[in-house]
Ligand binder design. Structure first.
Ligand SMILES: *Cc1c(COP(=O)(O)O)cnc(C)c1O
Length: 435
């Protein structure tokens, strides 16, 4: 059965058993652009943006939705997200430069990161970025000084770590005590940061931010952390902290496997906003404007990776390896986080699943396996495999390990495809090396 829940909205299988994405046959896309290739469904991207904006604003109009660029960004996508009314989270000078090159207005751009360099902060000031989300004592001092030198007052939020475990992979858990991100509330560092932020001459502290981790399949961690951080903020009212802006970050889950049941966007909205309004009421605190920061939940479901099958190695009684022409260079998530994916034979999608195989990449690492023990139809060299839910944290984390060029990105809609990033060439790879 076709696992529609992990594929883009427009995906279907035709009567020949061919996967169709955005009205384009997967085999035609593979023939035109080569493999591996990442296909993004434009309608799904836009629908995901709208769903976050609509579901939150329906209950709480003073919400802005900021796309976390690290999930994947390029200039064409930045313009598309801007059209849909999104703001932007950046975590590096490079991501900032991408939004600048796309002509994104800077007032709804937020700069995150636990160790922004002096150069990155100078660039942010130069471009008059809307918000810097300050993450360390070093940064408070540095940004205050650089803003002063630039003759500017920088609007900031302070990132706190509430000590709430969202029950996800340890590498993607960020809001607990033992984390490099944010000022811990528990240790007293968050309190100290707020006092320093209020006192800094060239910084204007507007509120607090936290981000628990990702993907978060439960609503309770958001409820607990929103309540905890608002109660914490209220302690500083007399010292001059007016909570005008408040962000519970991103981390909203998506379906990677057919059995996954992430909360609906409306469920996240209800949990966050009802907690926020109840706690503020309880504290007699004015309601802040709300900033949410989805990355994965916007672009993850829109992306499908297409690979061509090559070598097949059967170790009798042990395992059958089906190797494809991509792997950890374009999708490191299985190796890094033990992430699991569905795999569909894109040219045999209506054939019976007859054998258990392991889908291996082409990189020189035994850990380069894209999917372990998945049921597939009888596969042979030349078959096309599709890995869905691959839009987020795959191409954005890509490397050129083994000197493999990074794959192209293609946007599909209504039977038309458009290249938004071309495949790297050997020349691109060699371009930076001096000879
Ligand atoms: C990564 C990140 C996000 C986005 O996380 P997703 O899981 O992609 O939604 C949001 N806010 C901050 C501060 C982040 O670091």
């Amino acid at each position: 059965m076709f696992p529609q829940s992990v594929f883009p909205d427009s995906a279907e299988v035709d009567s020949q058993g061919e996967l169709i994405l955005g009205g384009c046959k997967a085999s035609d896309l593979a023939a035109e652009y080569g493999t591996p290739v990442y296909v993004l469904d434009e309608d799904t991207l836009r629908a995901r943006c709208r769903s976050f904006i609509d579901e939150f604003r329906k209950i709480y109009p003073a919400t802005s939705v900021s796309y976390a660029c690290k999930a994947y960004i390029n200039p064409i996508l930045a313009k598309l997200f801007l059209e849909e009314g999104m703001g932007f989270d950046v975590v590096s000078g490079g991501e900032l430069a991408t939004t600048v090159s796309a002509g994104i207005p800077m007032d709804e751009v937020y700069f995150h990161g636990n160790n922004k360099t002096p150069q990155e902060l100078e660039e942010a000031l130069e471009h008059s970025i809307g918000w810097v989300v300050v993450d360390s004592f070093h940064e408070i001092e540095l940004l205050d000084r650089l803003a002063g030198e630039a003759g500017k007052t920088q609007d900031i939020l302070i990132r706190v770590s509430p000590g709430v475990d969202p029950h996800t992979h340890e590498y993607t858990t960020t809001g607990i005590l033992d984390s490099k991100f944010g000022f811990s509330i528990q240790t007293g560092h968050a309190a100290e940061a707020i006092r320093l932020g209020l006192a800094a001459k060239n910084l204007n502290l507007h509120g607090l931010h936290f981000h628990l981790g990702s993907p978060i399949f439960e609503l309770e961690p958001y409820r607990v952390a929103v309540d905890l951080v608002l109660r914490f903020a209220a302690q500083f009212r007399e010292e001059g902290l007016e909570l005008q802006r408040f962000s519970p970050g991103g981390g909203f889950a998506i379906s990677y496997k057919r059995e996954d049941e992430p909360p609906a966007v409306s469920d996240y909205a209800e949990a966050i906003i009802s907690t926020m309004t109840e706690t503020c009421q309880d504290l007699g605190m004015e309601l802040p404007s709300l900033v949410i920061e989805p990355g994965r939940a916007i672009i993850g479901p829109a992306g499908v990776a297409l690979y061509r099958v090559g070598a097949i190695k059967d170790v009798p009684g042990v395992r059958k390896f089906v190797s494809v022409d991509g792997g950890m260079g374009d999708n490191i998530r299985p190796a890094l986080y033990q992430a699991e994916y569905e795999v569909l034979a894109a040219n045999k999608a209506n054939q019976e699943l007859v054998e258990k195989v392991t889908i291996a990449g082409k990189y020189c690492e035994s850990g380069d396996l894209l999917a372990t023990d998945v049921m597939m139809p009888k596969l042979e060299a030349g078959d096309l495999l599709a890995i869905p839910a691959a839009g987020a944290y795959c191409p954005s984390m890509a490397s050129t390990y083994n000197m493999n060029p990074k794959p192209p990105m293609v946007l599909v809609k209504d039977g038309k495809s458009r290249l938004i990033r071309r495949r790297e060439t050997y020349q691109d790879l060699l371009h930076l090396d001096l000879v």
